[in-house]
Design a protein around this ligand. Structure first.
Ligand code: HEC
Length: 161
């Protein structure tokens, strides 16, 4: 009887450990799923910034007629997205096996990443203000400053495609 009790204890203990391991594996899977989701959100925000910039670039290059209203709308969209960059990238996902163009160095120096993100917020807000005046030459200059801020961060923190 004593041996049986011991055995029961051992099995119960084993079962507990196994359950623990399963729970841990599930947790790991959920964490990876979550990390992938965050990374997708990051890419989406970046693609949307590109989408916002597209019509402005076309007008600046005179590929499409200048439409002050449309230009200004795209500038506002870009500025709204720029606001999201700092928060979206804050979490360090380096420990997850995800396919990302985000360089690991981002989380060695998040203050620098934040500074570059905040530069984009400033330049895109300036673009919103300037574009409201409806002058393409001025808007074009303000847009160049925005594009420079995109590039500054990509040069430092984005892997090449
Ligand atoms: C503060 C840093 C920073 C700024 C500013 C920035 N980006 Fe990015 N961008 C990144 C990083 C990091 C990635 C890689 C993201 C990833 O793969 O998770 C990226 C990726 C991209 C991608 C590719 C997305 C993909 O998933 O393939 C596009 C397009 C892009 N950025 C456009 C822009 C545009 C347009 C601007 C300016 C309006 C801009 N970015 C400003 C950091 C930045």
């Amino acid at each position: 009887m004593k041996t049986f009790q011991k055995l029961l204890f051992v099995f119960a203990g084993l079962g507990f450990v196994m359950l623990g391991a399963w729970a841990h594996a599930a947790e790991g899977e959920d964490a990876l799923k979550r990390a992938k989701k965050i990374d997708r959100l990051r890419g989406s925000a970046m693609h949307l910034q590109n989408w916002s910039a597209g019509p402005m670039v076309a007008m600046i290059k005179k590929q499409t007629p200048y439409d002050a209203q449309a230009f200004s709308t795209q500038a506002k969209r870009l500025a709204a997205l720029a606001e999201m960059v700092e928060d979206l990238f804050r979490e360090d996902l380096r420990s997850f096996a995800i396919d990302t163009e985000a360089k690991p160095e981002i989380w060695d120096d998040y203050a620098e990443f934040s500074r570059l993100a905040s530069n984009l917020v400033d330049s895109s807000n300036k673009l919103v203000a300037v574009s409201a005046n409806g002058d393409l030459a001025d808007s074009s200059k303000a847009f160049t400053a925005v594009a420079d801020d995109c590039k500054a961060c990509h040069d430092k923190f984005k892997k090449d495609d």
